[in-house]
Ligand binder design. Sequence first.
Ligand code: PLP
Length: 406
Amino acid sequence: MFDIQEIRSQFSILDREVNGKPLVYLDNAATSQKPNSVLEVCHAYYTELNANVHRGIHTLSQLATEEMELSRRKIQKFINAEHDFEVIFTKGTTEGLNLISYILTQKLKKDDEIIISYLEHHSNIVPWQLLCERTGAKLRVIPIDENGILQLDYFDKFLSEKTKVVSVNQVSNALGIVNPIEEIIAKTRKNTDAYVVIDGAQSAPHFNIDVQKMDCDFFVFSGHKMYAPMGTGVLYGKREILEALPPFHGGGEMIATCSFDGTTYAGLPFKYEAGTPNVGGNIALGAAVDFMNRVGRENIQNHENALLEYAQRHLLEIEGLKVYGEKAKRVGVVSFNLEGVGISSDVGMILDKMGIAVRTGHHCTQPIMEFFNIAGTVRASFAVYNTFEEIDLLVEGVKKAQRMLS
Ligand SMILES: *Cc1c(COP(=O)(O)O)cnc(C)c1O
């Protein structure tokens, strides 16, 4: 059974007060809170297990290695990858996307094309711009309509033999819009040999992920947005593709042999994990997967969808409140502005005085803000521990902000 109070009791931070009021944490799209089970795994790692992995013959090194590799297999199951070595530990989505764009450098030449969308986070824009600078390739951007929905007829027109990479997010962080990646991937496969990259930073916390069914070449996400510690993340890549591409960082751990006559690289996943990894964090990411499985990913999804529906309905009762992407299929996020209140941060500041944490501003998606001709939005984003009472407080807070600011 889904017991929200029992779930909340697993997050000590939810007991704290902010500005004399109980914390209402609605900034989950920026980072989620971490359950005690994850924090205990971090603590246990440093109090009982800490050692460098893969290198040591001694007991602690072997135990730490086993735990990290066990976590890798948990993540493999979590995204249904075919092999555990297709799971590469990173420090987050940003690193994953930079890694991919870097190792594809030799695959692109002048006038090749990379397709992304208007709904991307800066970290799924800038690495591709850098790749274009290195290779002379061009960026093509799928536009959105006034509901924030991708206009796929443009995508159809963009696809050609010049297309070498298609990289889109499954869920937009700024608006919570769920993109039709199944259709995007199918069309890409049908018409091109392009690499398909999916930014799953906002989908992994909410959806069941099946990278084999999805048939993407790469799927990246951040641990810290799905109940795991900061500085954790995952890059999934298909075996044949990762094996064929060059390494990213050079250093320890990623070599088979190293000499001044030439170096050979380790097999997967180590070829892409140069240097000492975030061992404790990577193990704790496995504990976050355990947490999500214990709660049940269906339960998480159903609860978050109910919160979103409830929040949108009650926020829209406020006169002059506009929800961006109101008519689009969404998950986990409601992004809005109040008419006549130019600056979203003013609303955020008033909410903070009431203990309510939301994000305001451009959410690392300036092109979206430009499209809607706004400086930013107020974004409330939900996790499994949020309650309907918290949404009521949000709605009351927004009403109060409206009275104070207009
Ligand atoms: C948060 C986010 C990123 C960047 O993730 P980091 O954890 O900051 O590296 C990229 N894309 C989307 C959609 C995001 O929400």
